[in-house]
Design a protein around this ligand. Structure first.
Ligand code: AMP
Length: 498
């Protein structure tokens, strides 16, 4: 029997807000967590983003706050949500406002990189719900501008990320400052030892809800791999984004990960030089710059975003068709987080890893710890010659011929989501865990478009863009340039003009 929201015991105002959001079925984590949270139990949720966990903790908490009907405490809050990054905090605060639209609760968020004085002023009279990054919260507490005495519910979201970002001491301090009789809702995508210790300090006999096996990469994401030298990655990226070396999947939004801020800036700059508009998002960017980059990405005005791990944590943008790991993360869990930016809200996704010789150990760790299965893709023909600027007609480097051809996906052609061009409009809200094709992307569905991708492993098909064997491949993100990009496909006028 399918569980409905109406089975979970939520109040009328919250149900109405859900209706306004267009949600009709609870996700597995919502179905499991909401009744327990409504009962006042502590919760340990092992879940990645994209599972609907924000609503899982927010909806019942809104109801509990309404029922308790306590006064807003002076310089304090009734519910505190701790999040690792500014972007995630912003999104959670927005969700709290959306879900609590009719509940009359006051919601604020405070994050680093903005004016502390403004935060002090806005929290002077307290708030019902506060979403905060740990550092900024402690700044205000240390200045005696805020305290946790009124706290009824404490949520730790993406706790593993907070640890990775060095917030362990902050989290220990916050635990000491929070009243003992609070309810704690603890979420983490992974469960390393340090997290387990933190859970036992924070939670009291929590109900455990797990929606994905620990560290297992999402099923809906097809993962591909290029073995490519570090100094050739940029050329490969340019060829992929310009459509000169098609990869599986239809481009909608492409999120590219680098390990460093400097690396992200460099990729953006070089893409710009070949007419591919991209933005970077990382810790050295100001908050308005980060926000603008996210907005442009969300609206698909600039559908290529280059990010570092930290900055991308909060990105919940439906319609990320591809995640490209330009550099592999040195922490396997980070890989899970990165590729989780695609396949949001029920869609499928494509993750492509660029692995250089010196990253083989990272790749091994990722495969081992996340059970990721990569399909290896061949480099473009004559790639070395193109990189060296010798011209596309030169023979390829002999090493390239050693590359294995992509093997057929065992899941078969039915897994292919990219038969047509997706619209840029707001995506339909679907059950985030729903499998299957998004609407309007049937096989070969694009009017006048190309045939579907080769993820089904068409015999003889390969993604290298050989004449006669055209794979699914994305649109080009490159501005039209005279004479550029031999074989560049325009996909029925669907090209992005950055
Ligand atoms: P989260 O895991 O909280 O980041 O949520 C992932 C995405 O799923 C967000 O864009 C939510 O708006 C959306 N979402 C959450 N719950 C539901 C639901 N029950 N039905 C449809 N969409 C949902």
């Amino acid at each position: 029997m399918t569980i409905k929201f109406s089975d979970l015991g939520l109040s009328q105002p919250v149900m109405q807000a859900l209706d306004m959001q267009g949600y009709d079925t609870p996700t597995p984590i919502q179905a499991q967590a909401i009744p327990a949270v409504l009962e006042g139990r502590d919760l340990l949720g092992i879940a990645q983003t994209g599972t609907g966990k924000t609503a899982a903790f927010m909806l019942p908490s809104i109801d509990n706050l309404r029922k308790a009907d306590n006064q807003i405490p002076f310089k304090s809050c009734r519910m505190l949500v701790l999040a690792p990054t500014r972007e995630l905090a912003g999104q959670i605060a927005q969700s709290a406002k959306d879900y609590g639209a009719l509940a009359g609760l006051k919601v604020h968020s405070i994050v680093g990189g903005t004016s502390v004085n403004k935060d002090r002023n806005k929290l002077h009279r307290g708030t019902d719900i506060l979403v905060a990054t740990p550092g900024r919260l402690l700044d205000l507490i240390d200045q005696k501008a805020f305290n946790l005495s009124g706290l009824e519910v404490l949520v730790l979201d993406e706790a593993d990320q907070m640890l990775d970002l060095g917030f362990i001491h902050a989290l220990r301090r916050i635990r000491e400052l929070a009243p003992a009789d609070r309810q704690t809702l603890f979420f983490s995508a992974t469960m390393p030892k340090q997290i387990k210790e933190l859970v036992s300090g924070y939670c009291n006999n929590p109900v455990q809800v797990s929606v994905t096996p620990e560290s297992t990469t999402a099923e809906r994401i097809d993962q591909y791999l290029f073995m490519v030298q570090a100094n050739e990655k940029q050329s490969l990226l340019e060829m992929i984004l310009s459509g000169r070396h098609p990869v599986p999947g239809e481009f909608e939004r492409v999120l590219i990960f680098t390990r460093t801020k400097h690396g992200a800036d460099r990729v953006v700059k070089k893409l710009g030089q070949v007419g591919i508009a991209a933005n970077a998002i990382h810790g050295n960017k100001s908050q308005p710059q980060r926000q603008r980059a996210l907005d442009e990405f969300k609206r698909a005005k600039v559908p290529v975003l280059v990010a570092t791990d930290v900055a991308a944590r909060g990105i919940d943008i439906p319609g990320v068709s591809h995640v490209i790991n330009y550099e592999l993360p040195n922490v396997p869990e980070q890989y899970v987080h990165r590729i989780g930016r695609t396949a949001r809200a029920g869609a499928d996704g494509v993750a492509i890893a660029f692995c250089a010789e010196d990253e083989r150990a990272y790749l091994k760790d990722i495969s081992k710890q996340t059970d990721a299965e990569f399909d290896r893709l061949p480099l473009p023909e004559n790639f070395r010659a193109v990189v060296e600027g010798v011209g596309p007609t030169k023979r390829a480097h002999p090493n390239q011929t050693k590359m294995k051809r992509v093997k057929p996906k065992p899941r078969g052609a039915s897994a292919d989501m990219r038969g047509g061009v997706k619209s840029d409009g707001p995506p339909k809200k679907k059950h985030p865990n729903r499998k299957g094709k998004p609407s309007g992307t049937g096989q070969g569905g694009k009017p006048g478009g190309r045939p579907q991708g080769n993820r089904g492993g068409k015999p003889g098909g390969r993604p290298g863009g050989k004449p006669g064997g055209r794979p699914g491949g994305g649109r080009s993100f490159q501005k039209r340039r005279s004479g550029g990009g031999g074989g560049q496909r325009r996909g029925g006028g669907a090209s992005r003009q950055g």
